[in-house]
Write a protein that binds this ligand. Sequence first.
Ligand SMILES: NC(=O)c1ccc[n+]([C@@H]2O[C@H](COP(=O)([O-])OP(=O)(O)OC[C@H]3O[C@@H](n4cnc5c(N)ncnc54)[C@H](OP(=O)(O)O)[C@@H]3O)[C@@H](O)[C@H]2O)c1
Length: 278
Amino acid sequence: MSSSSSSLLSQTLKIGIVGFGTFGQFLAKTLIKQGHTITATSRTDYSQLCDQLGIWFSRDVLAFMEADNDVILICTSILSLSEVLKSMPLLSLKRQTLFVDVLSVKEHPRNVLLQVLPQEMDLLCTHPMFGPESGKNGWKDLAFMYDKVRVRDEATCSSFLHIFESEGCRMMEMSCEEHDKLAARSQFLSHAVGRILSEMGTETTSINTKSFETLVRLKESTTKDSFDLFSGLFIHNRFAQQELMNLEHSFQMVKQKLLKTMNEEQNPSKSNHGLDAS
Ligand SMILES: NC(=O)c1ccc[n+]([C@@H]2O[C@H](COP(=O)([O-])OP(=O)(O)OC[C@H]3O[C@@H](n4cnc5c(N)ncnc54)[C@H](OP(=O)(O)O)[C@@H]3O)[C@@H](O)[C@H]2O)c1
């Protein structure tokens, strides 16, 4: 990219964050570092924290909507999206605004936002494939998925995407559907396995192998996210249910193979006689 186009892309933006929980706060720190002007609204009162960060905050969504934002960045939980949008007087917006969501599922917010947003509003659906833990030492080489669902103001959209480009993210443009297929097979699966390990009470031992340490880390990182987030990955990704069934089926297959081998080992004379191993 030439330096002139790069400086064009890096114009500062007025960004209003809706949902100032863990992930909203995490993103805000980098947005502030880059010089963008941030306002925020949330169900919980974050005014003290926002004062420290230099962010204008109001729990009153009407007052928030009156701020003249270029971008409204939706960082609420997947499960609360529809309820939060219902509370926003979207029709009262006076100027064309770019709506961006960062939810970890993509077809659901795309469909809901296309339904409720006025026609003049642009929509960029995104999923930063990292969080406060994996992104704590910077975002270099971490994947950033996006789908320009309805973008007419290319300049504002490019400036927003530049936030992530300039931090060194791997920019992955793909459809919301493609994202949800891949994310069910990767992110949902890893969260499901992490939650299963947590149910089992998996803890570090004095003789950990490297692979076991990977499992302990998986349990720890996935259970740091809220249960709302995990259930959102399941309920609002239409591909996740199949992955859960695959996981269950594969577990049964492995179990049967083990029991069959054990039977053969313990009863060599009866092996290959079709014993039910389940
Ligand atoms: N954590 C990550 O690593 C990560 C990475 C990529 C994308 N994301 C996405 O970012 C979003 C936020 O994630 P998160 O980690 O902060 O945790 P989360 O539990 O998914 O969402 C917490 C946010 O949702 C709001 N919220 C929850 N229930 C609400 C309700 N009934 N009404 C109004 N607001 C409600 C919370 O507001 P209050 O705080 O005001 O209560 C908070 O801002 C999610 O959509 C998630 O999928 C997260």
